[in-house]
Design a binder for this molecule. Structure first.
Ligand SMILES: N[C@@H](CCC(=O)N[C@@H](CS)C(=O)NCC(=O)O)C(=O)O
Length: 227
């Protein structure tokens, strides 16, 4: 049965991006319903911006004002508990998420069953509770909250500086650039030996069509237990 064959969908993402939180929640909600083999692939948005010669939309003042309103509307629509932090620019442009994404990569390499929970907890900290996601203690808290034990968290923290972890983050970033990525979220749908690249959390009706599935809206009820 064509539509029942598992279809690979890759989500390339950086937790610096609030829009990507919406895509992440929708894809995890629809994973079973759309029979997806969902691959969560942490990349580094800073590297994507550089590699595609793009710049963050919030650097255009009128866009920044619009985005402020737009993400609130989207949060309500997608039923994702986003609260804008007092100073979103601090995480985006001052602190950055290189260490954060390396920690997430280390988790994904060593405890892949925790990738989803760790990712969600990063978004909850940064984009719900206005908490840091870049300092060692913050990473530790995220790991523990996701259910890693002390030793596992310690190992992931140590691995942040490991070339294998740095290389894997770079590999996923380059892979996304190879697909034509210029921002986050970047979604790749593999259908009939074709790869379709989709940018944004606002293209789910299109993704559904590509997958031969039905878009039934944000389906927040499916995720209440997680958030
Ligand atoms: N319309 C998209 C916007 C997504 C978006 O603006 N993502 C930012 C990161 S938060 C980005 O990478 N933008 C690159 C660009 O707009 O060129 C959506 O609704 O998801």
């Amino acid at each position: 049965m064509g539509s029942r064959t598992k279809k690979t969908v890759e989500l390339f993402y950086d937790v610096v991006s609030p829009y990507t939180w919406f895509a992440f929640e929708v894809l995890t909600r629809y994973k079973t319903k759309w029979n997806m083999d969902l691959k969560l692939k942490p990349f580094f948005l800073g590297g994507i911006m550089k590699g595609s010669d793009n710049r963050p939309p919030a650097m255009v003042p009128n866009k920044a004002r619009y985005l402020d309103k737009d993400v609130r509307r989207c949060a309500q629509y997608f039923q994702v508990p986003l609260n804008l932090p007092k100073n979103p620019a601090e995480l985006m442009f001052i602190k950055g998420t290189l260490t954060t994404q390396r920690f997430l990569t280390a988790v994904d390499m060593m405890n892949p069953e925790k990738t989803e929970l760790v990712s969600r907890e990063f978004w909850m900290r940064a984009w719900n509770r206005d908490e840091d996601i870049t300092e060692k203690e913050s990473l530790r808290q995220v790991g523990l909250k996701a259910g890693l034990n002390e030793a596992e968290v310690e190992k992931c923290l140590q691995k942040i500086a490991d070339p294998a972890v740095k290389d894997r983050l770079k590999k996923y970033t380059d892979e996304a650039l190879g697909h034509g990525a210029f921002g986050s979220p970047t979604i790749i749908a593999h259908v009939n030996n074709q790869q379709e690249m989709i940018f944004g959390s606002d293209r789910f009706p299109i993704l559904a069509t590509i997958l031969g599935e039905k878009w039934e809206g944000p389906l927040a009820e499916l995720s209440k237990c997680k958030l």
